[in-house]
Design a protein around this ligand. Structure first.
Ligand code: DX5
Ligand code: ZN
Length: 228
């Protein structure tokens, strides 16, 4: 997985048909997804439950791009090996999820995955500064995590710009997660983001039987960034 800072759209399967993940993933990849974003929630760190390592492992074989796994769970450390075994390419943990994020990130890399750290909207960019040499990705949450379809929190855009200058030339992706659509995507891309997660804005209007809207939605986000 060579590093590059070009724009990547990562559809979140949180907005897909949960009974048909295999075909949903094939459909969004065929329609232009760059990565597949997989949201793991525990009903404790966030007020919602999704799925765990066995499901992630089962969908892995349907993903031909990058499996980007976003853990909204606490604790993280007991599950790192299970997500490595499930085939995660990138494993992202929240900085708020426990007292030893440094150890968690080392363990993720030690298990052979790229390491990401996610920040809730209430957490400042400075939380990442001590972690810059340990991460491959920082995920800036632009909604409070737990649900798809929430409104983008505009105050987070300055955090993206702060992180972009903090990261400098380091090979660290800046990912945006929450409320990304053709209106908000240009704001975060201009501030320095290169990975845009989008759930409802990609899956709306389409289905596995009629996947063309997925492609139109992905292109609309790309075009909005190009038009700036
Ligand atoms: C929210 C999840 C997101 C979610 C984004 O807690 O981490 O990945 O799927 O959904 P949208 O794009 O609909 O805001
Ligand atoms: Zn997510």
């Amino acid at each position: 997985m060579p590093f590059d800072r070009s724009l990547k759209i990562a559809p979140s399967i949180l907005s897909a048909d949960f009974a048909d993940f295999g075909r949903e993933i094939a459909a969004v990849e065929a329609q232009g997804a760059d990565w597949i974003h997989v949201d793991v929630m525990d009903g404790h760190f966030v007020p919602n439950l999704t799925f765990g390592p066995p499901l992630v492992k089962a969908i892995r074989k349907h993903i031909t791009t990058v499996m980007d796994v976003h853990l909204m769970i606490a604790p993280v450390d007991p599950y790192i090996d299970a997500f490595a075994d499930a085939g995660a390419d990138i494993l992202t943990a929240h900085v708020e999820a426990g007292p030893h994020i440094h150890r968690t990130l080392q363990a993720i890399r030690g298990a052979g995955m790229k390491a990401g750290v996610a920040l809730n909207p209430g957490t400042p960019a400075a939380a990442v500064e001590p972690l810059l040499e340990l991460i491959d990705l920082v995920c800036v949450m632009t909604v409070n995590p737990g649900f798809g379809g929430q409104s983008f929190i505009g105050a987070c855009v300055t955090k993206v710009a702060d992180l972009r200058s903090m990261i400098g030339d380091r090979p660290v992706h800046i990912e945006i997660d929450g409320g990304v659509d053709p209106k908000t995507a240009p704001l975060v891309a201009a501030a320095g983001a290169d990975v845009l997660v989008a759930g409802s804005a990609v899956f709306r209007g389409g289905s596995v039987g009629d996947p063309a809207p997925y492609g139109a939605n992905i292109r609309a986000i790309r075009e909005s960034v190009r038009a700036g």
